[in-house]
Design a protein around this ligand. Structure first.
Ligand SMILES: NC(=O)c1ccc[n+]([C@@H]2O[C@H](COP(=O)([O-])OP(=O)(O)OC[C@H]3O[C@@H](n4cnc5c(N)ncnc54)[C@H](O)[C@@H]3O)[C@@H](O)[C@H]2O)c1
Length: 268
């Protein structure tokens, strides 16, 4: 059976989520173009490998040739100096958008982050219309990526789903992640919906599983039809409730957890 895309580009392919996605996105494209600044090993069947820096505009332009859709996961994924964030996440994402526009790509799924809204408190329940409240230079760079998505949609018709990933790991590592957890299966389902929904325009989707407590309302992305199947409640026993609400544990005071805490402020 013919696959939906001829060429699907995955940036950040050497990263934690990139490794998870590498095999799981194969059914969607004849060729998956895997890209990262780091080594990705040998290309396997149905893969092409492009090792480059996203800040290198000419390389990104070349890599985008013939690509139908992009899963943009590459970049710095935690707090860092503004200079480093600027190269990888701001310049890098701008290069991805300009190349995608120039090469006629129809849709991008942008790996955005809960850190775009990290300074909301655990007593706040927000949807995609809530103003951003980034908790780090990293969070600011993801806000910039979302604004690029908005600009390119309005200006050129290039569609984006900005997937504000909560915490996508095999299992929650702390109490905050009981709220923000996104299982790998649900991540893949969110990407599938984002790539194959008829029309997405500029959509923001909070990337979370069907957890018992939620800080985010996905009703503004209902046209995607994303329905998570997993829940962090299977890990309840790992994190006994303190009985206090709001929780006294500082990492669950803010949506962004430790990123919002002063001591995490990046120091040169
Ligand atoms: N894992 C999560 O729970 C989570 C949560 C929120 C957002 N995200 C976002 O999802 C994406 C993937 O996350 P991850 O956990 O796999 O992160 P990761 O750090 O493991 O992977 C990111 C990859 O991007 C590559 N990269 C960094 N700078 C680059 C550059 N200048 N040019 C090309 N490649 C570069 C790195 O080499 C790395 O392999 C990131 O954009 C991250 O911000 C992840």
């Amino acid at each position: 059976m013919a696959k939906p895309f001829k060429r699907l580009l995955l940036t950040g392919a050497a990263g934690g989520l990139g490794k998870v996605l590498r095999d799981r996105i194969k059914p969607w494209a004849d060729v998956v173009v895997l890209s990262d600044i780091a080594d990705m090993g040998e290309a396997r069947e149905g893969e092409e490998i492009v090792q480059c820096d996203l800040a290198d505009k000419a390389a990104v332009m070349k890599m985008m040739e013939g690509v139908d859709a992009v899963l943009h996961f590459g970049g710095i994924s935690t707090e860092n100096t503004f200079e480093n964030i600027m190269q990888a996440n701001i310049l890098g994402t701008a290069n991805i958008y300009e190349a995608a526009h120039k090469k006629g790509v129809k849709r991008i799924v942008f790996a955005s982050s809960n850190h775009t809204v990290g300074f909301y408190r655990n007593t706040d329940y927000i949807d995609a219309a809530a103003p951003t409240r980034p908790d780090s230079f990293y969070g600011v760079s993801k806000c910039f990526g979302e604004q690029l998505a908005s600009y390119y949609w309005d200006r050129t018709g290039l569609e984006t789903v900005s997937l504000r990933i909560g915490s996508s790991f095999p299992e929650p590592k702390d109490r905050r992640m009981m709220v923000t957890w996104l299982s790998y299966d649900d991540l893949v389902e969110a990407l599938r919906r984002s790539l194959f929904a008829t029309r997405v325009g500029f959509t923001i989707l909070f990337g979370m599983s069907d957890n018992e407590v939620a800080w985010w309302d996905n009703s503004k992305a209902s046209h995607l039809g994303y329905k998570p199947k997993d829940s962090s409640s299977q890990f309840d026993a790992n994190f006994p409730d303190s009985g206090e609400y709001p929780d006294k544990n500082a990492s669950v005071t803010y949506h962004g957890g430790a990123f919002a805490l002063a001591e995490v402020r990046y120091k040169d």
